[in-house]
Design a binder for this molecule. Structure first.
Ligand SMILES: [Zn+2]
Length: 172
């Protein structure tokens, strides 16, 4: 028996599926790890169905205006086990990377708001898409110009220079 063409999507006991690991035609790519171990990022990408819907919606909107992929990192571990984050246990929170000026993807594509490769305008457009969706409740990113451009709905939180924390309502 062959399962070619029929990918089995890992699912945890909450019934949450792992984010599809960035198919070729997706508007996003995946990155991240668990406990600093390379190649383990997918283990922290179990998402509530509402968050998956949001991701699939935004990646299509993003692809209509930009040909770069945005990076998605930690969401939650299977069964919502606790790990290095204080949050990220309910599958309703995810970290994404700021947009880069180039098209680099993958683990090496890390970029902070202080880097020359950081594309602020594109990051504002991407976060504008997320904030335009009624499901999104919180966005944390430390670039004050991004915060100003988006009407104060983006707030600062320690450590959020190289990633953006996006959270959805627990019950939309
Ligand atoms: Zn986060």
């Amino acid at each position: 028996m062959s399962n070619v063409g029929v990918p089995i999507q890992p699912r945890d006991r909450r019934g949450y599926f792992m984010l599809p690991q960035a198919p070729e035609d997706a508007g996003y790519y995946v990155y991240g790890n668990v406990g600093g171990v390379p190649g383990t990022g997918h283990l922290a990408q179990y998402a509530h169905p509402n968050l998956l819907s949001l991701i699939f919606h935004i990646e299509r909107e993003w692809q209509a205006i930009d040909d770069r992929k945005f990076g998605i990192g930690n969401i939650s571990l299977a069964e919502g086990r606790k790990y290095e984050h204080d949050s990220h246990q309910k599958g309703i929170e995810m970290d994404i990377r700021p947009v880069r000026k180039d098209k680099l993807t993958g683990q090496a594509a890390r970029v902070s708001r202080f880097d020359a490769t950081y594309d602020r305008d594109a990051t504002i457009r991407l976060l504008g898409l997320f904030l335009g969706h009624p499901m999104v409740s919180k966005v944390f990113f430390n670039d004050d110009k991004v915060q100003q451009a988006l009407g104060g709905r983006v707030r600062s939180m320690r450590g959020h220079d190289d990633h953006i924390h996006i959270e959805i309502w627990e019950r939309p």
